[in-house]
Design a protein around this ligand. Structure first.
Ligand SMILES: Nc1ncnc2c1ncn2[C@@H]1O[C@H](COP(=O)(O)OP(=O)(O)OP(=O)(O)O)[C@@H](O)[C@H]1O
Ligand SMILES: [Mg+2]
Length: 454
């Protein structure tokens, strides 16, 4: 159903428009002045506004200006009396869709509203097309883990199965969620993201389920929650492990029944929503430590997807670098920048705590800040510099206060231990990897008193 907001100070006009438009199956909201009209726009997904140009307090032209600034997609139809037809013309010049002259012709109201709604829809579709095509990243990577994720996405997207995406910060969890939505039968519906960590505990319920006017002190208007806005589409609950146990209980109920009430409301609202959740926390640990409900976990975890950290798929780094170099090519440049071999090597050996997001940021910054066509190792060091050094410093702290001999022994010992472990305590293999003879390795193990488990 499409939502039309009528802003007019004359009660008679409001009631005529309400009747006519409701007969045409529109959802009609009424406001008697600019302020309350803008307030409704803030809280309801309005498609078209019918606005009187001659309003008390804030004039119609000013209201129109505000609407166009804040909601550029919403179409505005203005109403004017014969006496102020010049205002209506001015409004159209400022971006109003059309005007209706008093006395109102019912036929004209209906056709103009219908046309305005069609235009608004078209604009919205266009924009979401643009966003997906131009702004969203492709999923780059040939590592086995990524191929595997592609396969899971392909298989699960067309079903309505719930998906739980696990992975560190910046690994691409949201990208996976959007891809699932795009490849699903719901791709024409909304994709609504909720970052559970960013919303204060006191507001999260109202954010998810909405509230009725007057439900609490600041509830000046009714507000639809994210579950309601996602009807017919997908809701993406990001950072789900950051929800309080209390909210978890409510979410559990909603996903069992797909039904809920707005805060302070009686009416039970049923929605058809596909749920995708994500977290960067170790969710099993959260469950063990009783911070996450196990029953909710089982509900959400129908299809788990683990997105690996970038350091676990280093072979994808050159592909990603290439992709981001193209993406962030300076407008004036003919070709994307190139990167030198040793610069790429630094990128491949860095441990990327911020994963793909961090890599993307580095390449973007290099593109904005550096003039050179071939990105050198020095430039990369400059941009990663502080981080490269800080890791280095942390590591050096271990040896503080030691003599060189002690430090060398400690390092040798730790290094050999880790290699032994990685090779399942096979001495020949370990020695080969260390570039020393087996006898030499054996001697070092004895000297440094290293335990060799079997
Ligand atoms: N495989 C990939 N190929 C290209 N770009 C990617 C890939 N994975 C992630 N990105 C990009 O990296 C950035 C971070 O990804 P995203 O926001 O999906 O990560 P996230 O796991 O949700 O992070 P956070 O936990 O911080 O919310 C985004 O700009 C995304 O488009
Ligand atoms: Mg995210």
């Amino acid at each position: 159903m499409n939502n039309v907001l009528v802003i007019d100070d004359e009660a008679g006009i409001r009631s005529i428009l309400k009747d006519v438009l409701e007969d045409e199956n529109y959802n009609v909201f009424l406001a008697e002045d600019g302020f309350s009209g803008l307030n409704i726009l803030n809280n309801e997904p309005i498609d078209v506004v019918i606005l009187d140009v001659w309003l008390p307090n804030m004039g119609g032209i000013e209201v129109l200006k505000k609407i166009k600034e804040e909601y550029p997609d919403i179409e505005v139809v203005v109403i004017s009396g014969h006496a102020n037809i010049n205002l209506a013309v001015q409004a159209v010049k400022m971006g109003a869709f059309d005007f209706l002259e008093k006395p109102l012709s019912l036929d004209k109201i209906i056709t103009v509203t219908r046309n305005a709604i069609n235009l608004e829809k078209l604009k919205r579709e266009n924009r979401s097309l643009k966003e997906t095509v131009f702004l969203e990243d492709e999923m780059i990577g040939r590592h086995e883990s990524i191929e595997n994720i592609r396969k899971i996405i392909e298989q699960s997207a067309p079903t309505d199965a719930r998906v739980l995406i696990l992975g560190e910060n910046g690994t691409g969890k949201e990208l996976v969620a959007r891809q699932i939505h795009r490849m699903s039968k719901r791709s024409g519906g909304p994709f609504i993201e909720v970052n559970c960590a960013a919303i204060p505990e006191t507001l999260i319920e109202s954010e998810l389920f909405g509230h009725e006017k007057g439900a609490f002190t600041n509830a000046i208007q009714r507000k639809r929650g994210k579950f309601e806005l996602a009807d017919g589409g997908t809701i993406f609950l990001d950072e789900i492990a950051d929800m309080s146990l209390n909210t978890q209980a409510k979410v559990l109920r909603v996903i069992q029944e797909m039904r809920f009430e707005r805060i302070g409301g009686e009416e039970s609202i049923t929605v058809n929503v596909r749920l995708i959740a994500a977290t960067n926390k170790d969710i099993e640990k959260e469950i063990r430590e009783r911070r996450f409900r196990e029953d909710l976990y089982f509900r959400l975890n129908v299809i788990p997807i683990h997105v690996p950290p970038l350091r676990a798929r280093k072979e994808d780094i050159p592909l990603l670098v290439d992709y981001f170099l193209k993406k962030f090519k300076p407008q004036a440049a003919k070709e994307p920048k190139k990167i030198s071999k040793d610069a790429l090597e630094i990128l491949m050996n860095y441990h990327w705590p911020g994963n793909i997001r961090e890599l993307k940021n580095v390449i973007e910054r290099v593109n904005i800040m550096s003039e050179e066509e071939l990105i050198t190792a020095d430039t990369i060091k400059l941009y990663l510099g502080a981080k490269l050094n800080s890791d280095h410093d942390e590591w050096l702290k271990l040896f503080r206060g030691m003599k060189l001999g002690e430090a060398r022994d400690m390092f040798e010992g730790e290094f050999i231990k880790s290699k032994l472990k990685a090779n399942d305590y096979n001495l020949t293999k370990t020695a080969r990897e260390l570039g020393i003879t087996t006898t030499n390795l054996y001697n070092k193990i004895k000297k440094l008193d290293i335990e060799v488990k079997k």
